[in-house]
Design a protein around this ligand. Sequence first.
Ligand SMILES: Nc1nc2c(ncn2[C@@H]2O[C@H](COP(=O)(O)OP(=O)(O)OP(=O)(O)O)[C@@H](O)[C@H]2O)c(=O)[nH]1
Ligand SMILES: [Mg+2]
Length: 233
Amino acid sequence: MPGNRRGPEYSIILPTYNEKDNLPICLWLIEKCMKDTGYSYEVIIVDDASPDGTQDIAKQLIKEFGEEKIILKPREGKLGLGTAYIHGMKFARGNFIILMDADLSHHPKFIPEMIRLQKQKNYDIITGTRYSLGGGVVGWDLRRKFLLQPGVSDLTGSFRLYKKDILAKLISESVSKGYVFQMEMMFRAKKHGFTIGEVPITFVDRFFGESKLGAQEVISYAKGLLYLFFTVS
Ligand SMILES: Nc1nc2c(ncn2[C@@H]2O[C@H](COP(=O)(O)OP(=O)(O)OP(=O)(O)O)[C@@H](O)[C@H]2O)c(=O)[nH]1
Ligand SMILES: [Mg+2]
């Protein structure tokens, strides 16, 4: 922890790769939504040397919002989503961690609801669920629908709120590096008997920027899934 100052209550970790168009809107929406809750927060941007200049935009936003609120923790190259969360966690000062995508697929308007539900029953984890009533998936391609079969709850989602110590414990046990990371978190959480609350969310496919879900990522995702099924029981 940097210094002995009291940190913000919530740390939002935003992994970015080529999100220069989405980042400003995303941060603006986060500020708007968090203001309404009255809780303090910080956003930790983990950018993996995006060639589109995401970091320059991030630096401008730091000037605008202040360096207490927006923290940039870049890495040398594209090292994957799972390790991006782990990297961001190292700098998080909040008691609660929110993981979300920066491409506006995850609308910050759901954060206050996640916070409210967590407080209500002191949940260990709140997950944004795309399959319950009230939520939905807009514009998903077939390939992904096929890979992520709808279940009772949304294991594969990546819009979540965690108690920090719970996430730290789950991370210390995790083996996944890429897209399967968040699913592994859920498998392990269930195994530990951690309490999980669900908030229905609408999920919108990215509008700006290119999809990073290439063939290689689909393959390693499928492999990771298989591995999890056999190792986490
Ligand atoms: N730091 C970092 N961020 C990443 C990496 N891969 C993806 N991201 C970010 O993680 C979030 C989720 O990635 P997306 O590419 O949106 O993944 P997706 O939603 O499955 O696929 P699309 O939206 O179709 O591209 C976004 O904010 C990305 O910018 C990575 O290797 N490193
Ligand atoms: Mg996306």
